[in-house]
Design a protein around this ligand. Structure first.
Ligand code: ADP
Ligand code: MG
Length: 429
């Protein structure tokens, strides 16, 4: 049996160990595969008796969405099974815990760290947006970290997620009051843009330590959600202008005036195009190849512009690379081997050696004929809602944030039993 006090449940093929966390309707355990690989996984156990019709639907949608997608910043569903008591979602294990714990252990995150996380979240959301999927329960508890040493963010808990085209409107209240967009509460009419509001709340909490609507009671929370007041940004800590601009545009109460998905992905503070990724080095490489060509053709201006663009990808490539040797190689190139091609100069040093992984190594070209190596790369022109553990639960229902989370199910438990369509092992990811 799963549940507090009973210890982890038994599941064929796995040894379930410590409890990693629990949410509105599931308890998640760390587990080891009994097979030789001893693979570590996280198993989300949902007690069948806690499921009502709505939560069965949610669970099915969660499985259906997750099994069909694969993205570096979305938690991977490896398989699912069930027995007479529970349904088990076997997922990739995220050793860094969730973002809520990460933020609160540090009180606030530096802007630089928040930006990297935001880029990773944006890339997951872009992937979902392209597939018309809205998450609808974005909050730090549903965002996991791959590890604490080198945390990569992984979006999780698709229990409320929905297939939603841009023109789709929904009316059911879903999510967590603190992160819920005002139009969901006030108008009961909303679309995928509610996710952008929640992103704003998460960013606000990461930078200032608590969400904008942190309150001591539900009444106070409801008043803040329903008010027309513009969300004020604290003056401290000091933040970049771009960062403040993005916060203001995400935390726009009117969805019609809120930043759009496309503008969010392209916002200079997010700048998804230059996010450190496995493609950064390849893109830098390709730009350098073009720059070399332009330079050889005598078009120094075009070459310079291409080198600058290449640098915009090289720096993220440096952040992304984990292999120390390759990192050093990139660092050396970024820091010392790039020269501004001068008038008629062939003196730039960034020459590429095409290669396999990581798009080859960047290696210095022949010694310059026109002077020493240039060291500088070219420059282009408390306690209450909002505190931990309170008000953070997820809701779904027709009413305003009330005390009973509908997803917790309960009485109508048996309703969905036996209606589960998927077969064990069918989540072929
Ligand atoms: P619920 O749908 O009940 O809210 P979640 O999927 O959000 O369940 O999981 C509850 C908590 O369990 C998360 O907030 C997180 O702390 C922990 N958790 C969930 N999945 C994993 C995972 N794959 N690796 C590590 N911890 C996890
Ligand atoms: Mg959750």
């Amino acid at each position: 049996m799963a549940g507090p006090g009973w210890g982890p449940p038994r599941l064929d093929g796995f040894i379930l160990t410590e409890r990693l966390g629990s949410g509105t309707y599931a308890t998640v355990y760390k587990a080891y595969a009994k097979k030789d690989t001893r693979e570590v996984v996280a198993i989300k156990c949902v007690a069948k008796k806690s499921l009502n019709k709505a939560s069965v639907e949610n669970l099915l949608t969660e499985i259906e969405i997750l099994k069909g997608i694969r993205h570096p910043h979305i938690v991977q569903l490896k398989d699912f099974q069930w027995d007479s008591d529970n349904i088990y979602l076997i997922m990739e294990f995220c050793a860094g815990g969730d973002l809520s714990r990460f933020i609160h252990a540090r009180r606030i995150l530096p802007e630089k760290v928040a930006r990297i996380f935001m880029q990773q979240l944006a890339s997951a959301l872009q992937f979902l947006h392209e597939r018309n999927i809205a998450h609808l329960d974005l909050k730090p508890q549903n965002i996991l970290l791959s590890s604490l040493e080198k945390p990569h963010l992984k979006l999780a808990d698709f229990g409320f997620a929905q297939h939603m085209s841009p023109w789709d409107e929904k009316h059911v209240l879903r999510g967590s009051p603190l992160y819920m967009a005002p139009e969901m509460v006030c108008r009961r009419q909303y679309d995928a843009r509610v996710d952008l509001w929640s992103v704003g709340v998460i960013l606000y909490e990461a930078l200032f330590g608590q969400p904008p609507f942190a309150s001591r009671s539900f009444l106070e929370l409801e008043e803040k959600i329903r008010s027309n007041r513009v969300i004020e940004l604290p003056l401290r800590p000091p933040l970049s202008r771009d960062c403040r601009d993005l916060l203001r545009r995400l935390l726009e109460r009117d969805p019609g005036r809120r930043i759009s998905f496309q503008d969010f992905f392209a916002h200079p503070w997010v700048d998804l195009e230059h996010m450190p990724s496995g493609e950064s080095l390849a893109r830098a490489t390709s730009l350098v190849v073009q720059a070399v060509k332009k330079d050889q053709e005598g078009d120094a201006a075009a070459a310079l512009s291409l080198y600058c663009q290449a640098l915009d990808f090289l720096v993220p490539a440096l952040h992304y690379e984990v292999d120390t040797q390759r990192k050093e190689a990139i660092k050396a190139k970024v820091g010392g081997a790039v020269r501004v091609p001068g008038r008629g100069a062939q003196g730039h040093r960034l020459v590429l050696q095409p290669g396999p992984a990581a798009a080859g190594h960047l290696c210095p070209g022949p010694a310059p004929r026109d002077g020493p190596r240039q060291a500088t790369p070219p420059r282009c022109p408390r306690r209450g809602f909002g505190c931990h553990g309170q008000g953070g639960g997820s809701w779904q229902g027709a009413g305003c944030p009330g005390p009973v989370p509908a997803r917790a199910g309960g009485a109508a438990a048996a309703a969905g039993r036996g209606a589960l369509r998927p077969q064990a092992g069918a989540a072929a990811c």
